[in-house]
Ligand binder design. Structure first.
Ligand code: PMP
Length: 407
């Protein structure tokens, strides 16, 4: 398992190259947030140093330029995910906000007794907003089951589809296990019963190419910070008719056509769903992150990342007293595990002492943890800069943790 492409890319990431620490940072928590390449950081700094102004309103050149740069990124996102029109790209503050916008926005279309299907392995961001919608409307959220190896259960899904659900909301890749859900089949089957589909792509966009037009889902959402971009920006993609049917979660400036004390009329897409001053610098930074992915996440690099995951899985499986969860060769970028008899948080703390960053806990996926009969587990996740040396350093450190526990 060689990782020459990742090795070549690493110097572009200042946090990974920092010389302030004795040991280099072994960052294995990209699923929580990715590190940022210098191009993204410098672009945002340049925006604040030279270009800062508000968009869509100034009568002066600086604002016109900021508006142009901001709108260019909308076009860039459109091309990146193969949407048809740029008005289908709504800037949000992240995946969580995007899902809330849909769960709030479709409320007028939901009536008592309607069924909303959600994958059991979802992140809480794809569970709680639907539960809240159900509480407000008398609809019911039903969990799509998992197979014994914790993968999406198509049989359970097919059965639940006979209830004619109104909405189907699933992750593209699960954040706790890295399972790739069969989203093409999920959307195709949902369309047969006219259910609205939302795909949570927070863990997908940084690892695989995406074509929302081919996928034909109604909504697709993701966050900038998990794809080498800044925090505070995300994307809500939707089919035009679906976006137009959403009642805006946020109202105020920027999203209106006319306002009087008698009545307000809302503007057209995309502004209709972007109330207030948007995260301008973050959007511009996201543009650079997309450029970074397009230049670097080649098919060759994807294959390298996949081989690295399989190497990681194989190395972990060789250890005594370890339990892996939902590990599969088709998973992407994530491995979840526990050392039998030890608390996951203790493992994380002891690894941190060796400058290794992993995530421990329920991973915002408590229903999945219940399915696994766990309180929590450890999660190692990879990014474009992860190398074999990272994995070797991690495995050596984990063995040292085991020895410590054995004493
Ligand atoms: N869905 C998934 C699958 C995620 O991994 C995350 C982030 N961990 C979210 C939703 C929420 O994303 P954010 O916190 O950026 O809004």
């Amino acid at each position: 398992c060689a990782t020459p492409l990742a090795i070549a890319i690493r110097p572009l990431f200042p946090t990974l190259e920092s010389t302030e620490k004795v040991q280099p940072l072994c960052y294995l928590d990209t699923a929580a947030t990715s590190q940022k390449p210098l191009s993204v950081i410098e672009r945002m700094q340049d925006y604040y140093l030279n270009e800062n102004s508000n968009v869509h309103r100034g009568a002066y050149q600086l604002s016109a330029q900021a508006t142009q740069k901001y709108e260019q990124v909308r076009e860039q996102v459109k091309n990146f995910i193969y949407a048809q029109q740029s008005q289908q790209i709504i800037f949000t503050h992240g995946t969580t906000e995007a899902i809330n916008m849909v769960a709030w926005g479709i409320e007028p279309q939901i009536t008592q007794g309607d069924i909303i299907l959600v994958d059991t392995a979802s992140h809480h961001a794809n569970i709680v907003p639907w539960q809240q919608l159900a509480k407000r409307t008398g609809a019911e959220v039903k969990a799509i089951g998992l197979t014994t190896d914790s993968r999406f259960d198509l049989e359970s899904y097919r059965q639940l589809l006979t209830l004619n659900p109104k909405v189907v909301a699933v992750p593209h890749i699960t954040n706790a296990l890295g399972t790739v859900n069969p989203v093409e089949t999920i959307v195709e089957l949902a369309k047969q019963v006219n259910a609205i589909t939302l795909i949570d792509g927070a863990q997908a966009v940084a690892h695989m190419p995406l074509n929302v037009s081919e996928l034909d889902c109604d909504f697709y959402v993701f966050s900038g910070h998990k794809m080498y971009g800044p925090t505070g920006v995300g994307i809500l993609y939707g089919k035009t008719s679906q976006l137009e049917a959403l009642q805006p979660l946020m109202t105020g400036g920027e999203m209106i056509k006319t306002v009087s004390f008698e009545e307000t009329t809302f503007g057209a897409l995309p502004n209709r769903l972007e109330a207030g001053t948007p995260p301008i610098a973050e959007v511009i930074g996201l543009g650079k992150a997309i450029e970074f992915i397009q230049n670097n996440l080649t098919a060759e690099h994807q294959a390298e990342e996949q081989a690295l995951l399989q190497y990681l899985q194989a190395q972990l499986k060789q250890l005594n007293g370890i339990e892996l969860y939902g590990a599969h060769e088709s998973n992407i970028a994530v491995v979840a595990f526990n050392l039998l008899g030890e608390h996951h948080q203790d493992i994380g703390i002891l690894l941190d002492q060796q400058n290794i960053a992993i995530r421990c806990g329920h991973h915002c996926a408590m229903p999945l943890m219940q399915h696994l009969n766990l309180k929590g587990c450890c999660r190692v996740s990879l990014g474009i800069y992860s190398t074999k040396a990272d994995i070797d350093q991690f495995i050596t450190a984990l063995k040292a943790v085991q020895e410590l526990f054995a004493e």
